[in-house]
Write a protein that binds this ligand. Structure first.
Ligand code: AMP
Ligand code: MG
Length: 408
């Protein structure tokens, strides 16, 4: 299936990419290693939570409708220290938060509401409600409840919940193994002196960071020359070891054949160009179960290509839900020129005091100007139109970071 003849919309491209994604195998990891991993199977509660009726306040365990004018304190029940004391009419048990309610009692009166006289207490109010300040068995979670769906990225709350339910390990998707290859004879290392016509290889560092943040394991990152034979050899090695291979550079008009030629000999080319800006030259190739993404050399184009397409493929490979980032509707703060392709402008979206999401772009949107992506929490999606978009018009934005309540 070669679909290289016309420029595909980002939507069409994503559909093609997602159709070629295969789910990665699962593995079991210790909870301490589980943050950021994608849950492979739903978590079903194996027991009730809390497992016993627990006090939610420090106070006295009593019988709510016991009419005795005062109660004898017959024992203490501390969290983790269970006694076999039984509360009967005319008695109370000192209890701390998290301790099991002693037999016979059905309420906890907080210390603030109690007067202690020697070894007796007097409750300083008329009524005690049954169940007051007690978490009944299973009130939070019932045995058999689905508590975390498969596809969830495990964060602190999920990991804490797993521990509370007795899981020391968790089954997650294996992380995608990713290789990153920068191409270009002009590229040097960040700490090398710049010779004539040389630039620093920023894409390799950026794409490794992007892949790691997307949950991938970057198994290799390097630089290759503008030489088809050498690139083909390098890529062949990378394909053998990787779930995903990402290249940057070698796809602009003058050089189209360089990376295309290498990729074509290695697999099936599904996408070559996109109806989007930045990032028109974009290669998507499959070789066996390995996905190859040939991103443009311009740093912003490479970043947008990664975040819109590669990151989505990585999420799909691990079964992460949701796979796609749904756009939000934003109100333009200023006029925006429209181009002849769908443009992904780097933008800042914030929430104003009315709750409206507003957007401004980050200035000049040249695909070489990586500064346009620094601090940007969104891509403003600008479809082609004969006339510019005006301040106050609505557009869609794809969030790439948290939205603040005030303009930054
Ligand atoms: P290319 O797609 O190889 O024609 O590259 C397009 C532009 O991006 C050129 O100006 C390249 O110098 C630049 N470029 C390519 N690769 C990188 C890289 N790894 N880091 C920074 N700039 C790059
Ligand atoms: Mg190049």
């Amino acid at each position: 299936m070669q679909q290289t003849s016309r420029m595909l919309t980002p939507r069409e491209a994503l559909d093609i990419i997602l159709a070629h994604v295969q789910r990665l195998p699962t593995e079991t990891v210790m909870l301490m290693q589980a943050v950021g991993r994608v849950l492979a199977e739903p978590v079903i509660a194996p027991e009730d939570h809390p497992p016993f009726p627990a006090a939610t306040m420090d106070g006295y365990a009593v019988i709510h409708d016991d009419t005795s004018p005062w109660r004898e304190v017959i024992g203490e029940q501390y969290a983790g220290h269970v006694t076999d004391v039984v509360v009967t009419p005319g008695t109370a048990v000192r209890i701390t938060t998290g301790a099991p309610l002693p037999a016979g009692a059905n309420a906890v009166v907080p210390v603030e509401d109690v007067e202690v006289v020697d070894d007796h207490i007097v409750i300083r109010r008329d009524e005690v409600r049954p169940g007051e300040n007690v978490r009944p068995v299973g009130v939070d979670i019932r045995c058999g409840d689905l508590v975390i769906p498969a596809g969830t990225v495990l964060g602190p709350a999920e990991i804490g919940l797993l521990a509370s339910l007795g899981f020391a390990r968790v089954t997650v998707s294996r992380r995608p193994r990713v290789s990153v290859l920068s191409t270009g004879d002009e590229l040097v290392e960040p700490d090398a002196p710049l010779g004539p016509g040389q630039i620093r290889d920023s894409n390799r560092f950026m794409l490794v960071a992007a892949a790691e943040r997307a949950g991938a394991e970057v198994i290799w990152a390097g630089r290759g020359p503008d030489d088809v034979e050498r690139l083909t050899e390098l890529l062949r090695e990378r394909i053998a070891e990787s779930d995903v291979v990402i290249t940057s550079g070698g796809v602009s008009v003058g050089e189209r054949d360089l990376i295309s030629a290498a990729l074509r000999t290695l697999g099936t080319v599904h996408i070559e160009r996109l109806f989007m800006k930045p990032g028109k030259p974009f290669h998507f190739v499959t070789a066996g179960s390995t996905l190859l993404f040939g991103l443009p050399g311009n740093p912003v184009s490479a970043l947008v290509g990664f975040e819109i397409f590669v990151a989505t493929a990585l999420r799909a490979m691990t079964g992460q839900q949701p796979v796609e980032v749904e756009p939000v509707t934003v109100v333009l703060e200023h006029d925006v020129e429209s181009g002849d392709r769908i443009e992904y402008q780097r933008a800042i979206v914030w929430c104003d005091s009315d709750g409206t999401l507003r957007a401004r772009n980050t200035g000049p949107q040249s695909s070489a100007r990586l500064l346009s992506a620094v601090g940007a929490n969104a891509y403003l999606v600008v479809p082609p139109r004969a006339t510019p978009y005006r301040a106050g018009e609505r557009l869609q934005a794809i969030l790439r970071g948290p939205v603040r309540g005030q303009r930054a």
